[in-house]
Design a protein around this ligand. Structure first.
Ligand code: NAP
Length: 509
């Protein structure tokens, strides 16, 4: 790699698409952001546009010394940031929030080029991501402790909620903005400083957030972004005594590695991991409406969503009509560059993701599954790109990888079921427990699902379930802890119990 390549902002050839797409080209940063400075490593790595395989820029690879320096700077910044009044921290965060909203068109354009999602999805993510900053800025003012009725004579008992310290945040590529803000806003609002490691496929969306944090005047060292080798960075986070909280969003296998590495320093770990969401259609549901909702829950972000409806369950007697409606919806999907207004399914993140999708499909077909429909239209404006068609599979069995694994691609699996007990059991038959959907009217059946499903989030008659006020998180191997809502503070704070006794007075009272 060309070690002299430092500011791709000057390299109009490599970044022509970005430079022409952005109104504010200074949002495109490629160096790491540490202690309020833009820092270069010795090596650089390319980032590709998944819609055409072209290099859109190079981001810097830091050494472990530089990452340690980022942690030390964050520790230094923590000592003053935590002392600010909640109102003062809130003002900084609200300024950051406003800068992000003002730049949302550019941030979305950058995300489309870097991540591949459609413009509508990207804009939605920027607003969703920003909403956490506003929420936690406001919530910081209400991070109350409590008073406890005393069991000790002449003592007053209470708790304080204190910021835990430096938080190391590791995030994925499928939501390159919101997975950062959902963690960072909670941590920073309560008084922590953060060091963020974004995914290597999508560093530029993260670095644009740092540029805006700088413009918002967030003090140096409070919000840092480090880029480079995942193992090197995560190992520094896990082994550092200064990093008091590790918050990870990504796959379950990597989450397990991090938990094991972090055990040595016994730090607070929160894990937002993979999902394998069931979508249960109840017998009294309008089948066309159910098909529309299921397609929506399956194909967002090209199926690369931890909340994607991975397994769609339909009562046996409604199976054929459901397939009829769902087939039409699959065929109507338009696969293409996220920049094109007609596109509904952007590219997968890279060629490996396409190969994985193809393997899942081959495995299912060999074992007897049938392709009932695929999307007809592909908008191929250029050659290349990691596209995969929306695909509907039937005759799927529970042994197939496409059913058992988080398939993370636009392959939809629809299965018949005979009764509610059976479908709840099938839904729970997975190591994952992130989200589940239920569509129908019968309140008794809905209640049975709400009680019986082993998932951290169950959404009835609504595809949209996430947002700043709700506790987002999973059960079982989908994770530990919750993000968003008032519970989001728990991952970045400690409860300190204070027992305030009274010394006896001279009179002995
Ligand atoms: P991933 O491969 O686990 O990567 C996530 C992050 O971990 C990236 O920053 C990655 O860095 C880093 N990483 C990868 N291997 C590592 C290792 N051996 N040691 C330390 N760090 C490592 O996941 P992904 O493919 O980016 O994201 C998809 C997964 O995230 C899916 O399973 C999805 O369900 C999950 N997800 C969960 C939620 C939720 O809220 N529960 C939300 C979104 C996504 P590099 O990019 O540099 O390799």
């Amino acid at each position: 790699m060309n070690t002299a390549r430092r500011f791709d902002i000057d390299d109009s050839k490599a970044n022509h698409e970005i430079m022409t797409a952005l109104e504010d080209v200074k949002l495109f940063r490629n160096l790491a952001y540490i202690n309020g400075k833009w820092v270069s490593g010795n090596r650089f790595k390319p980032v590709f546009n998944p819609a055409n395989d072209e290099i859109i820029g190079y981001f810097t690879q830091l050494s472990s010394q530089q990452i340690n320096h980022a942690v030390d700077s964050a520790q230094q910044a923590f000592t003053t940031w935590r002392q600010l009044q909640a109102d003062q921290r809130a003002e900084y965060l609200l300024s950051w929030y406003q800068h992000i909203l003002d730049a949302k068109q550019d941030l979305a354009r950058l995300m489309v080029i870097e991540q591949g999602k459609t413009m509508a999805e990207a804009l939605g993510e920027i607003e969703y991501g920003a909403s956490f900053i506003r929420w936690f800025a406001e919530e910081a003012r209400r991070s109350y402790g409590e008073t406890i009725p005393s069991h000790i004579p002449n003592a007053q008992l209470s708790t304080l909620r204190e910021p835990i310290g430096v938080a190391g945040l590791i995030t994925p590529w499928n939501f390159p903005n919101a997975m950062i803000t959902r963690k960072a806003a909670a941590a920073m609002a309560i008084g922590c400083s953060v060091v963020v490691k974004p995914a290597s496929e999508t560093p530029f969306s993260a670095l644009a957030l740092a540029e805006l944090a700088e413009r918002a005047g967030i003090p140096a060292g409070v919000f840092n972004i480090v880029t480079g080798n995942a193992n090197t960075i995560s190992h520094v986070f896990c082994q550092s005594d200064n990093v008091k909280a590790l918050s990870f969003t990504g796959s379950t296998p990597v989450g397990k590695l991090l938990l094991s590495d972090a055990a040595n320093t016994v730090k607070k770990c929160s894990m937002e991991l993979g999902g394998n969401a069931p979508f249960i259609v109840l017998a009294d549901m309008d089948i066309e409406q159910a098909a529309i909702a299921a397609a929506d829950a399956k194909f967002q972000t090209s199926g690369q969503d931890c909340l994607a409806a991975n397994r769609i369950f339909v009562p046996e007697k409604l199976y054929e009509p459901f397939i009829h409606h769902f087939k039409a919806l699959v065929e109507a999907q338009v696969v293409g560059n996220g920049n094109h207004p007609s596109t509904t399914i952007g590219p997968l993140i890279n060629q490996s993701a396409v190969e994985k999708a193809q393997q899942l499909l081959n495995d299912a077909l060999i074992k007897g599954a049938t392709i009932i429909a695929q999307s007809n239209a592909t908008i191929a404006t250029q050659t290349g790109g990691s596209f995969f068609p929306a695909t509907l599979l039937t005759n799927v069995t529970t042994e197939m990888a496409v059913y058992r694994e988080e398939n993370f691609c636009p392959i939809a699996v629809v299965m018949p079921y005979s009764n509610l007990e059976q479908v709840i059991e099938m839904s729970n038959d997975t190591e994952y427990g992130l989200a589940a959907y239920v569509y129908g009217h019968d309140i008794h059946q809905i209640w049975q699902c709400l009680r019986g499903l082993e998932f951290g989030m169950v959404s009835v008659n609504s595809v949209k379930m996430t947002g700043h006020p709700i506790p987002f998180g999973g059960m079982k191997q989908s994770g530990l802890g919750r993000e968003g809502s008032k519970h989001g503070f728990d991952e970045f704070s400690e409860i300190k119990y204070c027992c305030l006794g009274a010394l006896p007075t001279a009179s002995g009272s």
